[in-house]
Design a protein around this ligand. Structure first.
Ligand SMILES: Cc1cc2nc3c(=O)[nH]c(=O)nc-3n(C[C@H](O)[C@H](O)[C@H](O)COP(=O)(O)OP(=O)(O)OC[C@H]3O[C@@H](n4cnc5c(N)ncnc54)[C@H](O)[C@@H]3O)c2cc1C
Length: 417
């Protein structure tokens, strides 16, 4: 039997979101439940059948899942976060709806969830601050999927520390426009993106500019090869005196860091949702496995050790989900900017996904360590989540930095810096 003919029972037989006991609908407005149903049906139909291939890709530019990206655009998922005036769905609770979409995508593929997060939340939200001309040129095609967006703050020597002294990529005035030079690292979608929203040093402040990646002087590095999220392509971006017009600046000059950090706060709610999506997938796969795998004459689910372990994980998933719902709802309500809540949600949900992934592999035993079993080519999703969950603790602000943000809201900057 060839590889392509092999059955994949473990991917097709596992039921999802069971048991119904953990009903989270009570916290969701009707509108959000509708978006979640749409996203769940989409993820089941479009993402699930492609998820294994995406999650085990070789990470060349051709491995970008253009088919799934195109289907997300066609299903209107890129319109969920945006106002009607920008061609979006115009939802009353767009942040909550966006996070729900990410949870559903991550349930089957954290790579796809990350592509969506960067395209829509990071690039898209930064562009919401841009002039009507820039929104027409970049946000509109981003929503209909004809352009792929990327968002770059990270550099080789400036990442967690995004202070102006650390940032090397700079913008300087020249002949009525600007020249950009420097480089960025680990930029999601870079090998396939049409443009990047770029954080640059601008004198003693920072500005955000949008740069087309086909301009002279722009070079995209070789795609990185990573532990997980293999369908989420990343690469360095190099800028060698790239000429842009001054109309490419997003918002006011010098406000780039503030806009970037607000965008990342939104993004962190999305990363929290992706952690919940991965944890929920682990939960469903593990419950099914514990009920059906037998040892010592009974099913593994009859051992209290695993009953208690899953009871703990169920409680933690509820907590993580409620945290990201609350952060998103606070953002949608226009109340205090939910930076500490988003930070709590991000670190709690992603710590949970990574810790639970370790349990998940343990529950599946040797099968949990398999990408594909030689005997019958069966595949076990826990292996992929084990590799994917780790990065959620790192990107869009490491979990140590999230705790710092929470601590700052407790003690104040005079104590925490
Ligand atoms: C798959 C992937 C996709 C990415 N996508 C993008 C993207 O699209 N755009 C983009 O701009 N960036 C992106 N990044 C970059 C990512 O956001 C950074 O990797 C992340 O911010 C951490 O930076 P670093 O890797 O340089 O780690 P470092 O900054 O070197 O940190 C190393 C460790 O030191 C800890 N640390 C640092 N300072 C402190 C402190 N004050 N107290 C305690 N601990 C501290 C950190 O928490 C971390 O554990 C991506 C990275 C990856 C791997």
């Amino acid at each position: 039997m060839t590889k392509t003919q092999a059955p994949i029972p473990s991917l097709t037989l596992v039921p999802r979101h069971q048991p119904k006991l953990y009903a989270d609908d009570i916290l969701l407005p009707d509108e959000s439940r509708d978006v979640r149903s749409l996203a769940r049906a989409f993820a089941d139909r479009i993402v699930a059948p492609r998820a294994y291939e995406i999650g085990h890709a070789d990470e060349a530019a051709v491995d970008f899942p253009r088919d799934v990206f195109g289907e997300m655009a066609a299903a209107g998922l890129f319109r969920v976060p945006f106002a009607a005036a920008d061609g979006g769905r115009g939802l009353a609770n767009p942040a909550l709806a966006t996070a729900l979409v990410i949870e559903e995508l991550a349930y089957h593929s954290n790579s796809v969830a990350a592509i969506y997060d960067v395209h829509c939340i990071l690039a898209g939200h930064a562009l919401k601050r841009a002039s009507p001309e820039l929104r027409e040129r970049y946000l509109k095609p981003l929503l209909d999927g004809t352009k792929i967006g990327s968002f770059a703050t990270t550099e080789a020597e400036a990442s967690t520390d995004l202070s102006v002294g650390a940032l090397q990529t700079g913008v300087r005035e020249s002949d009525g426009g600007f020249l950009i030079s420097g480089s960025k690292r680990f930029i999601t979608n870079a090998p396939v993106a049409d443009f990047v929203v770029l954080l640059c040093r601008d004198g003693e402040r920072m500005s955000l500019v949008v740069v087309d990646l086909d301009l002279p002087g722009v070079r995209v590095g070789r795609p990185d090869r990573k532990l997980g999220n293999n369908g989420q392509l990343t690469a360095d971006l190099y800028f060698d005196d790239v000429v842009i017009s001054d109309s490419q600046v997003i918002g006011e000059r010098g406000t780039g860091l503030r806009v970037a950090l607000q965008t990342l706060t939104y993004g962190r709610i999305g990363i929290a949702a992706s952690g919940v999506g991965m944890a929920q997938a682990l939960f469903d796969h593990c419950v099914e496995r514990l009920k059906t795998r037998r040892a010592f004459g009974k099913s593994l689910a009859q051992f209290q050790h695993w009953q208690f372990k899953l009871a703990e994980r169920a409680t933690q998933i509820e907590n993580a989900r409620n945290l990201y719902y609350k952060a998103a709802r606070q953002l949608d309500a226009g109340l205090d900017f939910p930076e500490p809540l988003a930070a709590m949600a991000k670190y709690y949900a992603t710590d949970l996904a990574a810790a639970f992934a370790r349990d998940g592999v343990q529950i599946f035993g040797g099968y949990g360590f398999m990408r594909e079993l030689g005997h019958d080519a069966s595949r076990y999703r826990v292996e992929e989540i084990y590799r994917d969950a780790k990065i959620a603790e790192i990107y869009e602000g490491t979990n140590e930095i999230q705790k710092w943000i929470v601590a700052r809201s407790i003690f104040g900057k005079e104590f925490t810096g």
